[in-house]
Write a protein that binds this ligand. Structure first.
Ligand code: GSN
Length: 237
């Protein structure tokens, strides 16, 4: 039996969370190595394990993969979650990349200045409801259960992850999107996803102050993570 994929990251969501989601949706069991110190990160770098000296890194099929999107694309393709032809792959990429634009803003919220919190949350709500969610609502309005090819794909898995994160920012964010509400309820009930959503799974909670402090012990280099309370402006696009 092939070894389980091994995920190298810290014990928090960050960029690895989408990898956890996708493996869970594919029904693949995986192990996690949680970095806790700068020394552990430096040791991986010294051993030549991290191509760009960064995590996420995923050991799978004898490879040491880096770059989150590359990792996700490989897993999606390997487990039949990446469409049946090039055109479906393109659609999946177009949807996922749009989701990623919103996702990255939400992922970085905990690093922003506390006094900017309210403004940042309103930017998330505006981008979600005005730009991104209408796209997926429209696709699902055509009587489709899934975004691409009438079967579960990476785009659906990422959309559910994004919806749940957006709801953590604003609980009624789906109010004007009945199809997305149905989608959320339907996809959450798929057995593998339902299992991942249960307490005790490898899904990680939202980033809190303790997690931010833990990160500062690992990523000490100035080119590493943005530190909390450093100035940060959210990209407008
Ligand atoms: O998507 C990716 O995997 C890369 N384009 C970025 C990965 C990245 O920025 N990793 C950070 C950890 S926090 N994000 O997940 C990292 O390893 N920083 C240390 C460094 O020296 O850059």
């Amino acid at each position: 039996m092939a070894a389980k994929p091994k995920l190298y990251y810290f014990n928090g969501r960050g960029r690895m969370e989408s990898v956890r989601w996708l493996l869970a949706a594919a029904g693949v069991e995986y192990e996690e190595v949680f970095l806790e110190t700068a020394e552990e990160l430096q040791n991986l770098i010294k051993d030549g394990e991290l191509l760009y000296h960064q995590v996420p890194m995923v050991e799978i099929d004898g490879m040491k993969m880096v770059q989150t999107r590359a990792i996700l694309r490989y897993i999606a393709a390997k487990y039949n979650l990446y469409g049946k032809d090039l055109k479906e792959q393109l659609l999946i990429d177009m949807y996922v990349e749009g989701m990623r634009d919103l996702y990255d803003i939400i992922m970085l919220l905990p690093f922003a200045l506390p006094e900017d919190q309210e403004k940042n949350l309103s930017i998330v709500a505006e981008k979600a409801t005005q730009r991104f969610f209408p796209v997926y609502e429209k696709v699902l309005k055509d009587g489709k259960n899934y975004l691409v090819g009438n079967q579960l794909s990476w785009a659906d898995v990422h959309l559910l992850e994004l919806i749940l994160m957006a709801e953590e920012c604003k609980s009624d964010i789906l109010l004007a999107f009945p199809k997305l509400q149905e989608f959320k309820s339907r996809v959450s009930k798929l057995p593998r996803i339902q299992k991942f959503l249960q307490p005790g799974s490898q899904r990680k909670p939202p980033m809190d102050d303790a997690c931010l402090e833990a990160l500062q012990k690992i990523f000490t280099s100035p080119k590493g993570l943005l530190l909390k309370h450093s100035s940060m402006s959210l990209a407008y696009f």
